[in-house]
Design a protein around this ligand. Structure first.
Ligand code: NAD
Ligand code: UD1
Length: 339
């Protein structure tokens, strides 16, 4: 059994990926510092797969601890690196936290890869690297635009760090540029559980429907789109998780074409905020309180993926619909709140 290290494996996307890796026969080791997750997730994962993953509570910002971990686990064959801070607004207020947590952790891991000859590395990037696209759908060779937040900047710099490291070592890396992950596992054992007030659209919707928030604010209806609200590419988190297994298999079987590769992970379909709201109401039968408010600073108008490269080169395609994702997100919210 090949050993794969998943950093941030108790987080939202990481936990779903751990389950898919286990289903595909990998032995999974998780590192997480629980800064944005809890130990309950470990139980959720085990309930689904019936295989308890090895877990170590470790903060990747501490280089000595990272070195010590690899000394004890030098037989790791691949790393999927999810651990990072991800709140865009917080990154504007506290940039050093973001540069430290998102860049130092990557550097320390890559140094260990060098030391122990670990060659297979998957990185969580984001469609945020494209900024406001010049044309849609957006392809991987579209220019990377100046970042609008320290968070976005860490994703751009991380990709540069990976590219440069691949060019002088045996490291092979894939950066997966996620569009907007939503939804929960069908078993409702794991899902998205943001700390505090959700910043992202779908958890805000489900918390509003659950009565935790008074109303959803729709940020702007005066954009140059059909209904005036922003357009995004919402992808089911389980589809996203499956792409990581395929990407890891690609590296392990040396099918990669270049040492550093980039793939968009989206559905290829753009949906407006108001479409998401309507779809939520229709699929769940819940009435949602919402009001239109001013635009949110920093939001791009419209972004959705060209999925051709991921479809043809990775052989991966998003299969679930937005309705599947919204339904599971709502059921998960109900379960968590005991509704
Ligand atoms: P998440 O916060 O749910 O998961 C991240 C996990 O990493 C958490 O469990 C957290 O406790 C852990 N962590 C953070 N810093 C750590 C450290 N120093 N040491 C050890 N563990 C640490 O986030 P997510 O939504 O699952 O996102 C995973 C990755 O995907 C992140 O890199 C994020 O930037 C990226 N991403 C997310 C989205 C999204 O919309 N969710 C979109 C694009 C990219
Ligand atoms: C944001 C980040 C992105 C990051 C991702 C995951 C920006 C510009 N982008 O993506 O870098 O990878 O989160 O954390 O911040 N909306 C509302 N009301 C709400 C919440 C959101 O109308 O209460 C709208 C937004 O204006 C946007 C859409 O819903 O049009 C999606 O927003 P969100 O879920 O925050 O994701 P992004 O902004 O696309």
């Amino acid at each position: 059994m090949k050993k794969i290290l998943v950093t941030g494996g108790l987080g939202y996307i990481g936990s779903h990926t751990v389950v898919e890796l286990q289903k595909s026969g990998y032995q999974v080791l998780i590192i997480d510092n629980l800064s944005n997750s809890s130990l309950d997730v470990l139980e959720g994962i085990t309930n689904i797969s019936k295989i308890p993953p090895t877990f170590e509570r470790l903060d990747l910002r501490f280089k000595a601890d990272v070195s010590d971990f690899f000394k004890r686990n030098s037989d790791i064959e691949g790393i999927i690196h999810f651990a990072a801070s991800k709140a865009v607004g917080e990154s504007v207020e506290n940039p050093l936290l973001y540069y430290e947590n998102n860049l130092n952790t990557l550097i320390y891991l890559l140094q260990e890869c060098n030391t122990y000859g670990i060659e297979n590395f998957i990185f969580s990037s984001s469609c945020t690297v494209y900024g406001e696209p010049d044309s849609l759908p957006i392809t991987e060779d579209a220019p990377v635009k100046a970042a609008t937040s320290p968070y976005g900047n860490t994703k751009q710099i991380s990709e540069e760090i990976l590219k440069d490291t691949c060019s002088v070592s045996s490291l092979k890396a894939i950066a997966l540029r996620y569009f907007n992950p939503i939804g929960a596992h069908e078993t409702l054992e794991i899902g998205e559980l943001p700390a505090g007030v959700p910043q992202n659209l779908v958890p805000f919707i489900t918390q509003t429907a659950a009565g935790l928030r008074k109303e959803l604010s729709v940020f702007g209806n005066d954009y140059p789109t059909e209904d005036g609200s922003c357009i995004r590419d919402y992808i089911h988190v389980v589809d996203l998780a499956k792409a990581h297994v395929i990407a890891m298999q690609r590296l392990l079987s040396k099918k990669n074409e270049t040492q550093f590769e980039v793939f968009n992970l989206g559905t290829g379909r753009g949906s407006s905020v108001l479409e998401v709201v309507n779809s939520f109401e229709k699929t769940t039968g819940e009435k949602l309180n919402y009001k239109i408010v001013a635009r949110r600073p920093g939001d791009v108008i419209s972004v959705y993926a060209d999925t051709k490269k991921a479809n043809e080169v990775l052989g991966w395609k998003a299969e679930k619909t937005m309705e599947d994702a919204l339904k599971s997100a709502w059921k998960w919210e109900q379960k968590v709140r005991g509704i």
